[in-house]
Design a protein around this ligand. Sequence first.
Ligand code: CTP
Ligand code: MG
Length: 171
Amino acid sequence: MIKIVPLLIFNIIWFILPPYIANMAPVIWGGGPPLDGGRLFFDGKRLLGKAKTIRGTFVGILAGTIVGLLQHIVYPFPSLGYALLRGFLLGAGAIGGDIAGSFIKRRFNIESGDAAPLLDQLDFMIGAIILMYPLGLPPLEIILMSILITPFVHLISNAVWYLAGKKEVWW
Ligand code: CTP
Ligand code: MG
């Protein structure tokens, strides 16, 4: 027990860091022209909406990859190539999942910025898990714990952003 619990926590943190940072980076460095170029889907609603930008997408994927590289420096993976690919897949997966979440929200008539509970909190983690699958996922308990804690971490960090005046709404 004494050895297993810290190891479990370390593995969870190590797994969630690239997708978490990838998901946060566009909030800070995103903005500019939208990824969907303002285009509408067949339903007449925006394809993705104004909150998914080209710069944010690029910055998010890059952030995930850089985190993977930093993790490799702190605690080496089998190779540098593996570390970079892992960071890229977790970052791109997070950004892709978040984009898919926006696509789904628009189809259900939920405006950019309006809440879609659980989808808003989990879309990026689900995307990261899917893209990471071919390279090999950590054990199931790590995946499940990562998913379980994510909505709580999300709520807490949003509250912090809100109190810091960086976010309009607390959720
Ligand atoms: N962002 C971005 N590019 C992305 C993802 C996010 O530029 N691919 C930036 C945008 O500035 C966006 C902010 O990050 O406003 C927060 O993203 P998110 O919380 O996903 O936006 P929402 O307002 O929730 O929009 P949506 O309903 O589409 O999820
Ligand atoms: Mg979102």
